[in-house]
Structure formats: C-alpha cells, structure tokens
Design a protein around this ligand. Structure first.
Ligand code: FAD
Length: 393
C-alpha cells in the first residue's frame, strides 16, 4: 500500500515538499494543511523576490548546496509555468577601501560556491553595470534573478490537495505514523509521515522538545519613485557584515518594474506582526521566557539598536541607502508592505544560520523544518528533494 503524507504549512517550502512527495510516491495520498484561507500568505509573499545565486553561504552548508540546486530547479519551474524569471543581476558594492577586504572574503566564498559568471569590478566597471551606484569595487553576479514567489506557490498548490483553514495545534507520533489535530474542532488527520513546514510557527508544533525558538524580525521596505526606479537596473547590495549576513538595506528590482529599498530587520512584536502597531503580549511573554531570547538580545543589542534607528527615522534609513545610490532623498520613497522573517534562535542565544531540518518519532515519521530563512524561497524545490531523500533513507 502507498504511504500517506501530511504536510503542515502551505508556504513555498511546504508546497514544494508536497509536490515532491506526490512525484516520488505516485498514487500516495498527500494532503497539505494550511491555517490561513489561502496559500503562501506569509514569508512566501512578503519577501524580496530574489533568486539567490549562492554568494554568501558557508561552502558545504545546506544553504550553499540547496540554494545552488534550488535556483536551477526554480528556473526550470518558472519556464514550465510561464512565471516571470528575470536575470537582472546583482552587484555587491564596497563603498571604500575598508570594505574591500570583506569583499575579498565574499568573493572567495562565492567562488567556492561556484556562483556562475561571477566577476570583480572596479569603480568604472560597477558603474557600467549600475550607473546610479557608487563605490570603489564590486562583485557582479549576473545570474542572480528576480521572480514572483507567491505565483510559484499558487502554481505548486494547483497540483495538490490543499486544505485551507486547518490550524494544526498538535502533532503526535502514533504507532509508526502520526496524527495532526486541528484547533477548535479537534479534528484529527492521520498519516504515515508528517512534515512540518510552519514558518513563523515552526517552534509551536515541533515535537522534539527544546529546539530553537522562533524570533520574528520585521523587514521594512520603501518603494522608489518611478524616476529613481528607472535608474536602478537590477539588485544593488552593500558588503554584508559576516556576523549579520541578512542585514544591510539593498535595492531590489521587482518583476513589476518597481524598485524597493530594504529590508531592515527589527524585532517583531507579534508572530505575524507586519505593522509596527501589531503587538501580541502573550507571544512576547512566551518569548521572554526563552533563555535564548535574552542571550541573543545581550549579544546583538548594538546591531538591534542600529536597525531600530533606521526604522523610526525615514531620513536615517534613506541616508544609509543613499551611500550606495547617491542623491536619493526621503521624498523619493514611499512606504511599502513589510515582511516578517522567522529566525530560529538556539537556547544559547545564537542565531541559527543554516537550514535546520529534524526528525522525531520512533521511526522518524515526523519531519520538522525548524529554520528556513532566506534563501529558502530560492532553495524550496531543493529543500523538498532533500526532505524526501531523508524520508527514503
Ligand atoms: C523580508 C524578507 C525578505 C526575504 N527575501 C528573500 C529573497 O529575496 N529570496 C529568498 O530566497 N528568500 C527570501 N526570504 C526568505 C523566504 O521568504 C522564506 O525563507 C520562505 O518563504 C520560507 O517559506 P516557508 O514555506 O518555510 O514559510 P512561510 O511562507 O511563512 O509559510 C509557512 C506556512 O505555514 C502556515 N502555518 C503556520 N502554522 C500553521 C499551523 N499550525 N497549521 C497550519 N498551517 C500553519 C502559515 O500560515 C504559512 O502559510 C525573505 C524573507 C523575508 C521575511
């Protein structure tokens, strides 16, 4: 008899996983359970839309491997489904000599990750690629692309059995299978294997006890006025601080032709707190009880304060962005919708960097995606294959 699978969470990772299961086990029952009324409403539709080429990730890490493979799979998927996939390229710009050493380190990493077409540019070279940008040197990744992740999610869902409005509150191993219980009705859905891809809620359901907590970081964007959007051709990034590779406001071209500046990263006050006024005191109290949260706060308060200043002051935010694209002024941007990142934090307070996928139950029948931050949208189809490989084993 074919096994039955339940995937909890219809974000891009859960949907990609369900599709991969359906392909690998033809005839098997694969059901996706989603608490929202539609698929892909959270991180999948509140991100930068960038298909990363793998510049940043430690060689050999899951991120490095799955980003490279994921990009190839995603490009093919977009071609097959007539979804925009635009190789607008990405420039990582060193503003002065003090940043070129970090650019060197990034170049070495990107070469180890075999980022296709990567080249090093001087000031004239970088301005040839992005005339509006300034800096002393840059790395150019011409195959970094942009796409429409929500559309990809909908295309994946169209091939699948997705039950929306199912808010899973508990997952328990049961014999060699597992049972997922819904909030409210208490309805139970049983399966041989359950895969949890719950994004911002992944710590609520995970069955393996003291894993990482999820801390929500709001990422705020500003949209460039059309006259400025015309001047930015692709993606312009600062050289990342190796301690905080996800920080650093950048210029992001969208598939609709607009250009956003952002995101920053400020502590979210609610799990899905897209607006500054979204505050969930119960959730915050739970977070405050996590030892990892306070250790993280102690280690990273300086970076947090820096981000906070940019969040409350548009002038400061734009001034920081204008270091990459001079001349930009506060009047040239308007607020765009924010996203919220699910960042796993270990009990020792360290930010979990790599993707983390764990198994629980007597026969490993419950698989939990515990950390899937950027570039998990890029990597989603490869993460799906990785999860299925683990199940096959
Ligand atoms: C600001 C920002 C910018 C980013 N930029 C990029 C980028 O440019 N490129 C890139 O590759 N990645 C980017 N990322 C990361 C990327 O968006 C995420 O890694 C990816 O979307 C994660 O997908 P997911 O399916 O794990 O999570 P989600 O998309 O959050 O999906 C999780 C789903 O699970 C559902 N769920 C949760 N709990 C339950 C429950 N109890 N019962 C049922 N359903 C449940 C939720 O409703 C949701 O639909 C960015 C992220 C952010 C926030």
């Amino acid at each position: 008899m074919q096994p039955g699978f339940v995937v909890v969470g219809a974000g891009i990772v859960g949907l990609a996983t369900a599709r991969e299961l359906a392909h690998r086990f033809p005839g098997a029952r694969v059901t996706v359970l989603e608490r929202e009324p539609e698929v892909g409403l959270h991180q999948t539709s509140h991100n930068s839309g960038v298909v990363h080429a793998g510049l940043y990730y430690p060689p050999g890490s899951l991120k490095a491997k799955l980003c490279t493979r994921g990009r190839e799979l995603l490009q093919r998927f977009c071609a097959d489904h007539a979804i925009p996939y635009i190789e607008c390229g990405k420039l990582v710009v060193a503003l002065d000599r003090s940043e070129t050493e970090r650019l060197d380190a990034l170049e070495a990493r990107a070469r180890a990750n075999r980022v296709p077409g990567l080249c090093r540019l001087d000031r004239a070279g970088l301005q040839g690629v992005e005339p509006a940008a300034t800096g002393v040197a840059a790395l150019h990744s011409p195959h970094t692309a942009i796409t429409d992740f929500p559309r990809i999610a909908r295309a994946l869902a169209a091939e699948l059995d997705v039950r929306t409005g199912f808010d899973a509150v508990a997952v328990e191993a049961y014999g060699r299978g597992a049972v997922v219980r819904a909030a409210g009705t208490g309805e139970e859905v049983a399966a041989d294997r359950v895969i949890l891809c719950a994004g911002l809620r992944s710590d609520l359901l995970a069955p393996d006890g003291a894993g990482p907590a999820i801390v929500a970081f709001r990422g705020e964007y500003w949209k460039l006025a059309p006259v400025w959007a015309e001047r930015v051709r692709g993606l312009i990034y600062p050289v990342p601080d190796p301690r905080y590779p996800f920080l650093g406001v950048h210029f992001t071209r969208r598939v609709d032709g607009s250009v956003d500046v952002g995101p920053n990263a400020v502590l979210g006050l609610a799990r899905e707190g897209y607006r500054r006024t979204d505050v969930d005191l119960r959730w915050l109290a739970g977070l405050a009880r996590q030892p990892g949260f306070w250790r993280m706060a102690r280690s990273h308060w300086r970076a947090g304060a820096h981000e906070m200043v940019g969040s409350v002051s548009k002038r400061v935010y734009v001034r920081r962005a204008a270091r990459l694209v001079p001349g930009l002024a506060p009047a040239d941007v308007t607020r765009a919708p924010a996203g919220v990142r699910a960042q796993a934090v270990d009990p020792d307070g360290s930010l979990v960097d790599d993707f983390r996928i764990t198994r629980a139950g007597t026969s490993g029948q419950i698989v939990a995606v515990r950390n899937a931050p950027s570039p998990a949208a890029t990597s989603s189809l490869a993460i799906a294959a990785y999860i299925c490989d683990q199940l096959d084993a």
